[in-house]
Ligand binder design. Structure first.
Ligand code: FDP
Length: 341
């Protein structure tokens, strides 16, 4: 039984997980701690986001004369600063940066590769709706001990050794997996610690929600329309589902992970290859969902099997409760690739 003094901090949890691997060097654990620090700093800034105007801070300088960055730029720099000097990474890639991000000159290099979306759902920042940070960790594949190269960041999702997200919602949560199930931690801001709140998350087999931007209906091909109509109205043994769509992937994904649901961002005539980014959004979420007993496809094949060809590649995404993703994939894969109405 937990008492207020027997809570499990994320540090303790990570150490206990590490002990399951006698050969572990502790470097991955340390990288996860670095990300926790970035999460706390970003969380603090997100909580103050709406105050910047009334406290006299604007887009350029704050009261201390410091330059104020936009929140997504701030988040990008915060993650980078938390991880780039520690000797655990050989290269990084961020949704915010055109090219892979090198470890700064003079800093030690390590064996891991970090990909991240520093602040996902950015259209929601100005209206006080939940946003998130997503991360994905690979082992380097290039030979030698020099800086990492493009091949290190262009790995398929099945090669990830860890993935997770931080949700800046009604509370701040960090949810991650290292391939031993999915675990969720809630930030207690009074002590500045992430505490284990959702051990071993298992997502329901059948979802009660479907989450899709239905404003795109006229841009979808017929199989996608059939899938969404089935989720809405029911089909055969499938009962009608409730609609929930925030338009912030981390928030939509998190709700469906806990409550059961299917999130879709299919290809459409405006975005023929889908909207979401394979490396920063789809792959890490796919690892998480599979670890929680769910499924993720691009409407045809398993997301984790897609071999990326470029850093900012987009992909259609169907992700969530297994039965629902299987259903959608079966209907959608009958559509010829690129056959949009
Ligand atoms: P955003 O454009 O606000 O940054 O990929 C980014 C993303 O948000 C996801 O977080 C979200 O699921 C999706 O795009 C929302 O797209 P639509 O506004 O087209 O529905």
């Amino acid at each position: 039984m937990h008492t207020p003094t027997s809570v499990i901090t994320i540090e303790r949890f990570i150490v206990e997980q590490e002990r399951l691997y006698p050969q572990a060097t502790g470097e991955l654990s340390n990288l996860l701690y670095d990300l926790c620090l970035a999460a706390k700093i970003i969380s603090r800034q997100v909580r103050r986001a709406g105050l910047s105007d009334i406290l006299g801070m604007n887009a350029t300088t704050n009261v201390q004369g410091e330059v104020q960055a936009k929140l997504d730029v701030f988040a990008n720099e915060t993650v980078r600063n938390a991880v780039s000097h520690t000797g655990r990474l050989c290269v990084m890639a961020s949704e915010e940066d055109e090219e892979p991000v090198a470890v700064p000159d003079g800093k030690p290099l390590g064996k891991y590769v970090l990909l991240f979306d520093p602040l996902d759902g950015s259209s929601n920042i100005d209206v006080n709706v939940s946003i998130g940070t997503i991360f994905s960790i690979h082992r380097r594949v290039s030979k030698g001990k020099g800086p990492g190269i493009l091949a290190d960041v262009l790995q398929s999702g099945s090669k990830q050794i860890a993935a997770g997200y931080i949700l800046y919602g009604s509370s701040t949560m960090l949810v991650y997996t290292t391939g031993q199930g999915v675990h969720g931690f809630t930030l207690d801001p009074t002590i500045g610690e992430f505490l284990l709140s959702h051990p071993l998350i298992h997502t329901p087999e059948v979802g009660k929600y479907y989450s899709v931007n239905e404003g795109n209906w006229a841009k979808w091909n017929q199989p996608v329309q059939r899938v969404v109509a089935a989720f809405k109205n029911g089909d055969g043994t499938m009962k009608p589902k409730q609609a929930r769509y925030i338009g912030s992937l981390v928030a939509d994904f998190h709700r469906n992970l806990l409550s059961g649901g299917v999130f879709m961002y299919p290809a459409d005539t405006k975005s023929p290859r889908g909207k979401l980014r394979l490396l920063y959004e789809a792959s890490p979420m796919a690892m998480l969902v599979e670890q929680a007993g769910g499924m993720a496809t691009d409407g045809n094949i398993r997301v984790l099997d897609i071999v990326p060809r470029e850093l900012h590649e987009r992909t259609p995404l169907v992700i969530g409760s297994k039965t629902d993703v299987e259903f959608a994939t079966a209907v959608m894969s009958e559509a010829k690739p690129g056959a949009l109405v």
